[in-house]
Design a protein around this ligand. Structure first.
Ligand SMILES: C[S@@+](CC[C@H](N)C(=O)[O-])C[C@H]1O[C@@H](n2cnc3c(N)ncnc32)[C@H](O)[C@@H]1O
Length: 405
């Protein structure tokens, strides 16, 4: 089958008996043999079994788990070609709201070893990642998206889990690295585990947490009150709160947002653990932030108190509900929702607001263009692509919309 186009997730697209067929890990122009994994009345999903005629752009993926573990999508091409593909994916989405191809792309300083967080699941052979679109876990010894220190930790954790036969009770393990290495064991039930050996192996600059069922993580080893400074703001290093995963791109993204908010009265919806609202508060006249997550809200309140930020109010709750309860006007709204985009209630409230500008941060171009279309009182003015997730089909979009007068 000839791959003639790309899909919204960067996969190859061909045709079988006139029916469109999506094939991941293939490039436009390639002749491939495929195995059908799903078929319905309108499309087929397949996997490549042989690349008969490879594209000149094809590269050998450096990772042995590529196309198995579900972590990466674009290791079979050069990073420059990945950026070009991401540009085309975004341009195609933007054409739905009649926006042209005129946008800047911020590439990541590192194409590998950039992630500060990895979530691993249990497998009889050790820890692993979930296959794309499935709950099947593929055991891994190493991940190229995290750095050497995190990979060394992964080796120690794998050995620890196997030695103490923890697979039965362990749901997942999160490794998160900022100023120090944080390891969080999530168990399905209360179990007695002695983490001392692992703590020694991980070294002084590490912390170990454990939680049972859906309880909060409890610190088992390491320094309780660790802080870090970002954008001139002191914040706690917390294992259970949202943080952008690529520090270099996070820096570029937050700086671009901070440049747009000087002297304004701001609303920051879907505000996370408070770092972005804290950074915005440094430039803006006043900020109201709304966040649903309990850990994130708690963290944001601590950040505000620790830095003595007076012009920031953190509200805890669902954006749509809170926006319908508060009776305030803003000059500008920053939204940074999860992949599903903004809830309908939130979009309606923002669309009906008096804000002159909306700054939309999105990690999913499909829900982003849906929301832009719903914001009928606003016109999309600028779009920028920030490659937060190299080697995967995901990226961040930063857009500015202006009120139609
Ligand atoms: C993509 S993160 C953005 C966080 C923050 N802007 C940052 O850069 O760290 C999305 C945040 O939205 C929060 N969230 C999800 N659904 C929400 C809702 N309905 N109302 C308010 N916050 C929500 C999540 O807990 C998460 O912290």
């Amino acid at each position: 089958m000839l791959i003639t186009d790309f899909g919204y997730n960067g996969e190859g697209v061909g045709r079988v008996n006139e029916k469109v067929c999506f094939v991941p890990y293939t490039l436009v122009g390639e002749d491939v043999e495929v195995k059908v994994v799903k078929e319905n009345t309108s499309f087929i999903k397949a996997v490549p079994t042989q690349i008969i005629e490879p594209s000149q752009k094809r590269k050998v993926p450096p990772c042995p788990y590529y196309a198995q573990c579900g972590g990466c999508d674009f290791q079979h091409m050069a990073y420059a070609d990945e950026l070009e593909l991401k540009k085309n994916i975004l341009a195609r989405q933007l054409s739905k709201v009649r926006f042209g191809e005129d946008f800047k792309i911020y590439s990541s300083k590192r194409e590998y070893a950039y992630r500060n967080k990895i979530k691993l699941f249990t497998h009889p052979k050790g820890l692993g990642l979930k296959q794309a679109g499935s709950d099947k876990v593929v055991a891994i010894d190493k991940c190229l998206l995290i750095d050497d220190e995190m990979n060394k930790a992964l080796t120690h954790i794998n050995f620890f889990v196997k030695s103490f036969k923890l697979e039965k009770y362990l749901e997942n393990v999160i490794i998160k690295k900022h100023r120090c290495l944080n390891v969080w064991f999530v168990f399905s039930k209360e179990v007695e585990v002695d983490f001392m050996g692992l703590s020694l192996a991980l070294g002084n600059n590490s912390r170990i947490y454990a939680s049972f069922a859906s309880s909060k993580p409890v610190l088992k080893y390491g320094d309780k009150d660790l802080e870090m400074t970002e954008f001139g703001i002191i914040c706690e290093e917390r294992v259970d709160a949202f943080h952008q995963v690529n520090d270099d791109i996070c820096n570029k993204l937050y700086n671009a947002i901070m440049n747009k908010v000087e002297g304004k009265k701001m609303l920051n919806a879907y505000s996370g653990a408070g770092l972005l609202s804290g950074a915005i508060a440094k430039q803006a006249k006043q900020v109201v932030a709304i966040e649903l997550g309990e850990a994130e809200h708690e963290s944001a309140e601590k950040l505000k108190a620790r830095n003595g930020i007076k012009n920031l109010q953190n509200l805890h709750g669902d954006c749509g509900m809170v926006l319908n309860e508060i009776n305030e006007t803003f000059d500008c709204v920053v939204v940074d929702p999860p992949r599903s985009g903004c809830d309908k209630l939130a979009i309606e409230a923002i669309n009906a607001s008096e804000a002159k500008q909306i700054i939309y941060v999105s990690c999913n171009p499909a829900s982003f263009v849906r929301d832009v279309a719903r914001l009928s009182n606003y016109k999309l003015k600028t779009v920028e692509l920030f490659d937060m997730f190299p080697r995967t089909a995901n990226f961040e979009v930063l857009a500015s919309l202006e009120k139609i007068l």
